[in-house]
Design a binder for this molecule. Structure first.
Ligand SMILES: CC(C)(COP(=O)(O)OP(=O)(O)OC[C@H]1O[C@@H](n2cnc3c(N)ncnc32)[C@H](O)[C@@H]1OP(=O)(O)O)[C@@H](O)C(=O)NCCC(=O)NCCS
Length: 169
């Protein structure tokens, strides 16, 4: 599997299709509800394809071989098997803080290719890039019912630091 930073030459439609085509209702967490992606727990926005396409498009910029150090940045990571897209991730880095950190905002592996180590490989590649960029912590958040994903995250060293609560007004 070849993992790289997506850029303006990447296949925006393919990345969008991969993301939207592999989303489940369990995926929805507070950040989906705080933006345009989801309108309620368990309910994606009707135009999730447009919303996602825009989010990805704004992150496809000049080609990079590694995450930029000492500058806040957000990007898309893509994974290919024999030049076929098999996964993507959205990541952000933040330096204006006591302890610089990276966020893995989203990670999706093609639904037909799971349980074969691709998700773990992609997570480890991203964590390595975070380290090389001088970041000291990694964060992620995930819908509380997304237990399979949590199992993977815990196995590679993540632990829960917050519980997010919500109330309809
Ligand atoms: C979460 C996600 C990215 C994981 O991707 P994946 O490629 O299935 O991940 P892996 O194969 O590395 O690990 C999944 C399981 O397969 C097992 N596995 C890995 N390689 C294996 C192999 N060769 N043979 C058998 N099992 C294997 C792992 O032990 C792991 O199980 P565990 O985490 O319960 O211990 C994927 O399920 C996904 O895209 N989900 C939808 C989107 C999502 O929920 N993303 C996370 C929220 S941001």
């Amino acid at each position: 599997m070849k993992i790289s930073i997506a850029d303006r030459r990447s296949d925006l439609e393919g990345l969008t299709k991969m993301f939207v085509g592999n989303l489940t209702l369990d995926y929805i967490s507070h950040s989906e509800l705080q933006g345009y992606r989801a309108i309620a727990p368990g309910q994606w926005a009707k135009n999730i394809d447009v919303v996602t396409r825009d989010e990805i498009a704004t992150r496809l910029r000049d080609p990079l071989d590694e995450f930029p150090a000492n500058r806040d940045w957000c990007g898309v990571i893509e994974a290919h098997d024999n030049q076929v897209l098999v996964g993507l991730a959205l990541v952000t880095t933040a330096y204006k803080t006591a302890t610089p950190f990276g966020i893995i905002e989203d990670i999706v592996i093609d639904g037909t290719l799971r349980d074969n180590g691709r998700g773990e490989m992609m997570m480890r590649w991203i964590l390595d890039q975070f380290r090389r960029a001088g970041l000291k912590r990694a964060f992620l958040e995930s819908g509380f019912r997304n237990e399979r994903a949590h199992h993977l995250f815990e196995r590679i060293g993540f632990s829960t630091v917050s519980v997010v609560m919500m109330k309809e007004l």
